[in-house]
Design a protein around this ligand. Structure first.
Ligand code: 3PG
Length: 215
C-alpha cells in the first residue's frame, strides 16, 4: 500500500491498537476480535519473539486487516516485519537506518519523536506523520501543539497513556491523524483468552471515535 493511501486509512480508523502477543497462536483470535469490534487494524510489537509469526498469521487469516509492526528498533526487525507482510512500521524513536530501510522498501513508517530535533530528522526524509511517544509522559496534546507550531506540514500519532477517557481530547486536534493505544488489547486479556472483552472494548472505542466523525 502506498504512503498516501495508508495515511488515509489510518486517519479514517482514528485508532491503532498496539498489541503485544506472547504467543503467535493467539494471533488469529485477536485478529478476529478486532475485526468483530469494527477495527481491522493492529500494530503488532516486536517486544516479543511472536511478533513476526503473528503478523504473518493475521495477514493470512484477515486479508482486509491493516497489520503493521511496532517497536521496530533495528533493521533486522524491519526485515522480518517486511517478510511477514507488515503494511507499515512503527518505532519508539527515530533510527536513520530503520527509516532508510523502510523508504528503500516503500514501507510506510511512523518513527517515534518527542523533540523538535527528532521531528526535523523525520522531515529530512519527507515523512508527513510521526509517532509522539510516550505521549502522556511528554506532555500530551499541549506538547504536540507546541511541537506542531514550527512544523505545519507534520502530523502526529500519539501513543502512550491514551485510553477511552482521553482519546477524544487528542482527536479534537487536526494535528492528530490517529492515536495508538493498548487499552482494548491488553496483554492480560489476550493471555487470559478473553477475546470477547477485547471485542467489546474495541467496539466501544470505535463507537466513541465515530461520534467525532459524525459530529
Ligand atoms: C506503544 O508502544 O505505542 C505504547 O506502549 C502504547 O502505549 P499504551 O500501552 O499506554 O497504550
Amino acid at each position: 500500500m502506498n504512503y498516501t493511501s495508508l495515511l488515509e486509512q489510518v486517519e479514517a480508523k482514528k485508532i491503532v491498537p498496539v498489541v503485544k502477543l506472547d504467543r503467535a497462536s493467539d494471533a488469529r483470535a485477536l485478529g478476529e476480535a478486532l475485526c468483530a469490534g469494527g477495527l481491522p487494524v493492529a500494530e503488532v510489537t516486536f517486544r516479543t519473539d511472536a511478533a513476526e509469526e503473528s503478523i504473518r498469521i493475521m495477514k493470512r487469516e484477515f486479508p482486509e486487516m491493516m497489520v503493521g509492526a511496532g517497536t521496530v528498533v533495528n533493521v533486522e526487525q524491519a526485515e522480518r516485519a517486511l517478510a511477514a507482510g507488515a503494511s507499515f512500521l512503527v518505532s519508539p524513536g527515530i533510527s536513520r537506518s530503520v527509516v532508510e530501510f523502510a523508504l528503500d522498501h516503500k514501507l510506510p513508517i511512523f518513527p517515534g519523536t518527542c523533540t523538535p530535533s527528532e521531528v526535523m530528522t523525520a522531515m529530512e526524509y519527507e515523512l508527513l506523520v510521526v509517532k509522539f511517544f510516550p505521549a502522556a509522559q511528554y506532555g500530551g496534546l499541549n506538547t504536540i501543539k507546541a511541537l506542531a507550531a514550527p512544523f505545519p506540514s507534520v502530523r502526529f500519532m500519539p501513543t502512550g497513556g491514551i485510553n477511552a477517557s482521553n482519546i477524544m481530547e487528542y482527536l479534537a486536534s487536526d494535528k492528530i491523524i490517529a492515536c495508538g493505544g493498548s487499552w482494548m488489547v491488553k496483554d492480560s486479556l489476550i493471555n487470559a483468552g478473553d477475546f470477547e472483552e477485547i471485542t467489546r472494548l474495541t467496539a466501544e472505542a470505535v463507537a466513541l471515535v465515530s461520534e467525532k466523525r459524525e459530529g
